[in-house]
Design a protein. Structure first.
Length: 214
């Protein structure tokens, strides 16, 4: 994947998130954003395009290595069919990630992996500069409340079906959902997806069987 730097690939063995040879939903989105298709209906998701345009792809995936540590799901003959990120505190844990520019113009990413499913709440109007200024001046507990507030306030009623679908998918695979909010005044882009990396060997086609299962 072209978006990965050499420094990221050099530590790829530490996490499949950083290895471009294993694909995942987010890698696919960044590839799509880099292609920047202008065809109607095939435009890249705005949050991922913002990250791509602002050279934040490496930072995003480094964030996933911290927030979504992966365990392997074995396939046939020692292969790995996928990696998932079981919730550290039990069912219901979610990953919240907030990304944007601070007042100094730096692209930054903050988040945690022990939040709950977001619900629609009162809107909290916040640009990225203001968010990171508030974050830097807050205590750790206040920072947690701030991240929670800005994520939940970004959920609209037309997001609820998407959030429900992601939650069901993650419950099935026992992995955490990732809620990504990209803020860049006056826009706030919320995206959600499962913490899953596809493996290199889903099945072995040389393994065949016929007969009664007893």
């Amino acid at each position: 994947m072209k978006s990965f730097s050499k420094s990221s690939v050099s530590v790829a063995a530490q996490s499949p998130w950083l290895d471009p040879s294993y694909s995942n939903l987010y890698q696919d989105e960044f590839v799509h954003a880099a292609e920047n298709s202008g065809f109607p209906g095939f435009e890249p998701l705005p949050g991922f395009k913002w990250i791509q345009d602002n050279n934040g792809v490496d930072l995003f995936f480094m964030g996933l290595t911290k927030l979504a540590p992966l365990v392997a799901t074995p396939g046939y003959k020692g292969g790995v069919s996928s990696w998932t990120a079981p919730p550290p505190s039990g069912a219901g844990n979610c990953i919240y990630m907030v990304m944007g520019r601070d007042v100094a113009g730096r692209v930054r990413l903050v988040g945690g992996n022990y939040f709950s499913e977001p619900q629609t709440e009162k809107k909290l109007l916040c640009c990225s500069h203001a968010f990171f200024s508030l974050f830097d001046s807050a205590s750790e507990l206040q920072q947690q409340h701030l991240v929670n507030a800005v994520i939940t306030s970004s959920v609209r009623t037309d997001n609820l079906q998407m959030l429900m679908d992601v939650s069901r998918m993650c419950e099935f695979f026992y992995t955490m959902p990732i809620y990504l909010l990209v803020i860049d005044a006056p826009y706030m882009h919320l995206h959600a997806g499962p913490a899953v990396v596809r493996g290199s060997k889903h099945s072995d086609l040389s393994y065949e069987y016929f007969g009664e299962i007893i």
